[in-house]
Design a protein around this ligand. Structure first.
Ligand SMILES: C[S@@+](CC[C@H](N)C(=O)[O-])C[C@H]1O[C@@H](n2cnc3c(N)ncnc32)[C@H](O)[C@@H]1O
Length: 213
């Protein structure tokens, strides 16, 4: 899969690319490209945003700047999904993550300040996704959230089997995963359920199924 991120701060993604699961799939299952709107802006002095028509606070990411960035990389409108990260987009759920992870190519657009000129979302993007009903300062953390969630669905990102029985997975009927415990079995009287120490795999499996919420 190839994911392209358009941003004003490509270097912010450096940390993420050093961490699993992204580090595990980079260069094999995942190709990640980071593009800075400033590198292809048709405006002088690296300008990318402008004052909102009608007045008001904040700066708005310009449609000509994003169009120029897409043109420079794809030579026109790409045929794969172009997702604008926006608090006004459809909510990111595990089902949406699975949908995105099935795409061979994906483009993520990040904005800042007042956000996108509406024509970017309407005309240049094919989708808009929100990572939750709250407002962040820019789309870079949302892009990283999408990247992490999608990357862990790619082959080889996780240890064998560990991505199947998880919260929101089909295997758990979309529910929340059962509780996990590890050593010590008794910490200040806070004990681990006996069944998990029993070695009886059938009982452990039944206990876990009962505790999916
Ligand atoms: C300060 S926000 C703009 C908020 C916008 N003026 C509004 O009220 O809906 C700047 C940028 O951060 C990103 N962003 C902020 N919150 C987000 C969220 N919950 N999900 C996805 N992107 C978000 C988007 O790219 C957005 O354009």
């Amino acid at each position: 899969m190839r994911i392209d991120v358009f941003t004003l701060v490509p270097h912010a993604f450096a940390w993420l690319t050093e961490q699993r699961p992204i580090a595990a799939v980079l260069g094999s299952e995942l190709e990640l490209r980071l593009f800075n709107y400033r590198d292809t802006t048709p405006l002088r002095a690296g300008q990318v945003d402008d004052e909102p028509y009608g007045g008001g606070a904040g700066m708005v990411l310009r449609v000509d700047v994003v169009a120029a960035a897409l043109e420079a990389v794809y030579g026109g409108a790409p045929s794969h999904p172009v997702v604008a990260l926006s608090p006004q987009g459809r909510p990111l759920t595990q089902a949406v993550v699975e949908e995105l992870a099935a795409e061979p190519e994906l483009t993520l657009l990040s904005a800042r300040f007042e956000g996108f000129d509406a024509r970017i979302v309407e005309r240049l993007a094919t989708d808009a996704i929100s990572i939750g009903p709250y407002v962040l300062s820019n789309g870079d953390l949302p892009a990283m959230v999408v990247l992490d969630a999608v990357a862990r669905r790619l082959p080889g990102a996780l240890a064998e089997g560990s991505g199947e029985l998880e919260s929101f997975s089909e295997e758990l009927g979309g529910g929340l995963e059962y509780p996990h415990y590890t050593r010590p079995p008794d910490f200040h009287g806070w004990t681990v359920p006996d069944v998990l120490l029993s070695g009886d795999h059938a009982k452990i499996e039944a206990w876990r199924r009962e505790h999916v919420r």
